[in-house]
Design a protein around this ligand. Structure first.
Ligand code: SAH
Ligand code: SF4
Ligand code: F3S
Length: 468
């Protein structure tokens, strides 16, 4: 196999954090990979690139020159799936100019639809679920012999712990690290337990090794990823790690390495985690704590296993331990089954009570096979869902403005992530609370920490200048 012949001599290149010209030498075949959905999917694509790199594929950002196009898909809402189907039609046009092109679908949609995908989308050659990526080289052999190939087995153990991800589209400053896979919660609206399987935690030693290696390569920020990081749990003989223990261990790698994490779950986030965030300056003062609804009746139907009061108590604890300026963001769903105007008002009033810095807001999209699809009626009309969602978005906009204004006139420690989207004369980075700050670049470099005085803000961005 090509893998054996390149692995020794080009080891250094394989370890390079960023894609470089050398990779063109590495593989004889070109892989183009596109990712949709959550950060875990983006992290998985980096694992896939690593597996295929040792099998003779180098990555390219130009689809035209690819021999293999992989789409890592998301099933969370119907529109996420529609986006992928539209994209596949476009990609299929490339098959006309390049008849040898192979197209594969990875991730959650592959897992949800299985063989149905091959029947529905004739141009697809390969369907691989999130726990089957190690099998890609074998599956590709079948595909290259002219067959269709599929592996959608879910695993109780797979964490890809030993695979060093190839960083795709990396800024060389911040990277994601998967610390667990799957989800054992049964939120009634959610497809994830079916597409990602049972929850399992990754060996902490492999997580720490990956974080250390990233820091040695110049990375300054890692984000620990899981669907529910607070239920991270690892035991081996006498050795026990919960999420707080893992967070401390990563924070202790180096004070210059910033540590973020996502997603926290209101039912599981402990005071121990909050005190750990407080203890380490390099663990960011920011928590993404999806609420989903402000109505206890709806939370019960959603099977979130907490109520409004519990959620608000967790927020009070965050404020008490980490202070008023700890960044807090949410996910909220508008128009879940049976949601009344009163339930919707409860969501708006929860937002008023918490004053979130930021939020991800959706209207309910029924997912086939989920408990809600089986047991509840998706009875809120679409126009009502959309109107409620707009009210939630409007409120969040106001709150983001108010919260951002609190940062004006203060100096923030910012990690420079790269040029701002709007001007190459400006840099953009984030502060401890995860707020994006844009400022003139002067003579500083990407990856440096700088102190920035914030002079003004919009609902999305803070604007300032370096005062070092
Ligand atoms: N593990 C995370 C969320 C993962 S999915 C958690 O427990 O919070 C990301 C977000 O998508 C969810 O928080 C939810 O707000 C939203 N979502 C999930 N399923 C949905 C559905 N069927 N319709 C609309 N939004 C949904
Ligand atoms: Fe889905 Fe709930 Fe698991 Fe989040 S915690 S991934 S919303 S089932
Ligand atoms: Fe989507 Fe799967 Fe993530 S459904 S949100 S890509 S876990």
């Amino acid at each position: 196999m090509i893998a054996e012949s390149i692995s020794g001599a080009l080891k250094e290149d394989l370890d390079e954090p960023k894609l470089s010209i050398n990779e063109n030498v590495l593989g004889t075949k070109k892989l183009y990979i596109e990712s949709y959905g959550c950060q875990m999917n983006f992290a998985d694509s980096e694992v896939v690139a690593s597996i295929l790199r040792t099998n003779g594929y180098s990555t390219t950002s130009n689809m035209e020159e690819a021999d293999l196009v992989l789409i890592n898909t998301c099933s969370i809402r119907d529109n996420a799936e529609q986006k992928v189907r539209n994209r596949l039609n476009t990609i299929n046009n490339n098959k006309k100019t390049n008849p040898n092109l192979k197209i594969g679908v990875l991730g959650c949609m592959a897992e949800r639809l299985k063989t149905q995908f091959l029947e529905e989308e004739k141009m697809v050659d390969l369907v691989v679920g999130p726990d089957a990526y190690r099998d890609l080289p074998n599956l590709l052999e079948e595909v290259n012999e002219g067959h269709k190939a599929i592996n959608v087995f879910l695993s109780r153990e797979e964490t890809y712990a030993d695979i060093s991800p190839v960083r795709i589209d990396s800024n060389g400053v911040s990277a994601f690290i998967s610390i667990m896979r799957g989800c054992d919660n049964m939120c009634s609206f959610c497809v994830v337990p079916y597409t990602r399987g049972r929850e399992r935690s990754r060996d902490p030693h492999s997580i720490l090794k990956e974080a250390k290696e990233l820091f040695e390569k110049g990375y300054k920020e890692v984000t620990l990823l899981g669907q529910n990081v607070d239920s991270y749990k690892w035991t081996n003989g006498e050795e026990h790690f919960n999420f707080a223990n893992l967070l401390s261990a990563v924070a202790e790698i180096n004070p210059e390495l910033r540590v973020r994490f996502s997603t926290s779950h209101p039912k599981d986030i402990t005071d121990e985690v909050l005190y750990t965030i407080k203890k380490y300056d390099n663990v960011c003062n920011y928590i993404h704590l999806p609420a989903q609804s402000g109505s206890s009746r709806i939370l019960d139907l959603m099977n979130r296993t907490y109520d409004r009061e519990w959620y608000l108590e967790r927020i009070s604890k965050i404020r008490e331990i980490l202070g008023e300026d700890c960044g807090v963001s949410h996910d909220l769903i508008a128009g879940f089954c049976t949601e009344t105007e009163e339930d919707h008002q409860a969501t708006l009033s929860l937002m008023d009570e918490v004053m979130f810095d930021y939020g991800y807001m959706f209207f309910y999209s029924e997912r086939p096979g989920t408990p809600a699809a089986k047991k509840l009626v998706d009875d809120v009309p679409e126009d009502v869902k959309k109107r409620r969602l707009n009210e939630i978005i409007d409120k969040q906009r106001q709150h983001s403005g108010i919260r951002n204004n609190l940062s004006v006139g203060k100096v923030h420690r910012v990690l420079i992530e790269g040029e701002s989207k709007k001007s190459n004369m400006d840099f953009a980075g984030r502060n401890d609370q995860n707020k994006v700050i844009v400022f003139p670049r002067k003579n500083y470099e990407k990856g440096q920490y700088v102190n920035v005085m914030v002079n003004s803000c919009s609902t999305g961005t803070l604007i300032g200048e370096i005062v070092d």
